[in-house]
Design a protein around this ligand. Structure first.
Ligand code: ATP
Ligand code: MG
Length: 346
């Protein structure tokens, strides 16, 4: 069995820095290393509809936005299969079968789903589809026999459930499905990047994001008002780097080369942190550094986005080709699934 990489994003908005460090950057690296048999990257429009059922237009528009983000971040349709979840109905079929192998209380225990239910004020009235999305996510992964899922920390409970479902399926029917492993970012900060407000995680639903497609003015506006250290009132005061969003972002994004280029007084982030903690370093200077670091990273992404935006029909062509290709793989798995379940009658 080879290595099959699979990940996706909900097309509920443009992709942000959390997606980038949590998963997308890793996908591009893996793609360029080429150390895999297949790489699947998809837009989870069916999942996006579970909490946006009344807003199909939003999902439709964001398919293109996310596709532009993928391509401009460096994913290549030559090296990976880019597809749209809804175009693979086999996933929905597998979801139905996997739902029989898990209890409602098991899904209820999922901490990520618990937080998301609260965030959406769904407590009294959870759409059935939203409640069941972790099972459909297991089907997303299992339908492709994925072995490796590069994702942020919030996805750990989903992968745990996927492995349980795969084990149950294989035990009851036949060893058809494959247990996947999560691939978390090496950088601990990147596993759950907080928002610009310093809280929880950067998330489209919380409105605390810097988007990959934000222009330089927008990035500076957001960086300028970022949460730092409320006790650091004067430049001479000792500062705290813990819980200070500017330093969290520098942890996730800055390199030693960035220091040589933008702030040569310090060789690396550890040196700047020590000086900031001792006192004498202003927040504004740190924000300017972060702004330069982010723009250096985002400039080539912005330039590629601009190119791809010129030919939207070509984006749809790429997604159509990818979706047809992905469907063949899922259909093959489903033939085996149906045979294992003895529902291959004719
Ligand atoms: P939504 O609010 O619609 O759920 P989201 O911003 O949480 O959107 P998803 O589409 O749910 O984004 O997540 C896609 C991928 O990006 C997942 O692998 C997830 O782990 C990763 N990811 C999202 N936000 C972050 C973050 N702040 N830090 C690290 N990884 C993240
Ligand atoms: Mg999410």
């Amino acid at each position: 069995m080879g290595k099959i990489i699979l990940t996706g994003d909900r097309p509920t908005g443009k992709l942000h820095l959390g997606h980038y460090v949590g998963s997308l950057r890793r996908r591009v690296e893996l793609q360029n290393l080429g150390d895999y048999d297949k790489m699947f990257v998809f837009m989870a429009d069916v999942q996006a509809l579970t909490d946006n059922a009344d807003n199909p237009e939003k999902i439709r528009q964001n398919i293109i936005e996310v596709a532009l983000d993928y391509l401009s971040a460096g994913l290549s349709s030559e090296k990976c299969t880019l597809y749209i979840q809804s175009q693979i109905p086999e996933i929905a079929e597998l979801t139905t079968f996997l739902m029989n192998l898990v209890s409602v209380s098991r899904v209820q225990r999922n901490p990520t789903v618990k937080t998301e239910i609260k965030m959406r004020n769904f407590e009294a009235n959870i759409p059935m589809g939203f409640f069941a999305y972790p099972v459909s996510q297991a089907a997303d992964i299992a339908a492709f026999k994925a072995t490796t899922v590069p994702a942020g920390e919030d996805q750990e409970p989903m992968l745990e459930l996927t492995r349980e479902l795969v084990r149950r399926f294989n035990q009851i029917y036949a060893p058809v499905l494959v247990e996947p492993a999560i691939m978390l970012p090496e950088n601990a900060t990147a596993r759950r990047l907080p928002g610009t407000d310093g809280k929880e995680k950067m998330s489209k639903s919380l409105g605390n994001c810097i988007y990959l497609s934000d222009d330089a003015d927008t990035v500076w506006k957001k960086v300028k008002t970022m949460y730092t250290d409320p006790t650091h009132l004067n430049v001479s005061d000792p500062g705290h780097v813990e819980g200070n969003a500017v330093f969290t972002y520098l942890d996730a994004f800055s390199t030693d080369e960035d220091f040589a280029e933008f702030w040569p007084e310090f060789q690396n982030l550890d040196e700047l942190k020590a000086a900031y903690t001792a006192g004498g370093i202003g927040d504004m200077k740190c924000k300017k550094l972060l702004n330069s670091v982010l723009n250096k990273m985002l400039d080539p992404i912005r330039a590629r986005r601009h190119e791809y935006e010129q030919d939207i029909p070509e984006i749809y062509n790429i997604l159509k080709k990818g979706s047809l290709e992905a469907r063949e793989t899922a259909a093959q798995t489903m033939d085996e699934v149906r045979a294992a379940m003895q529902i291959n009658y004719f």
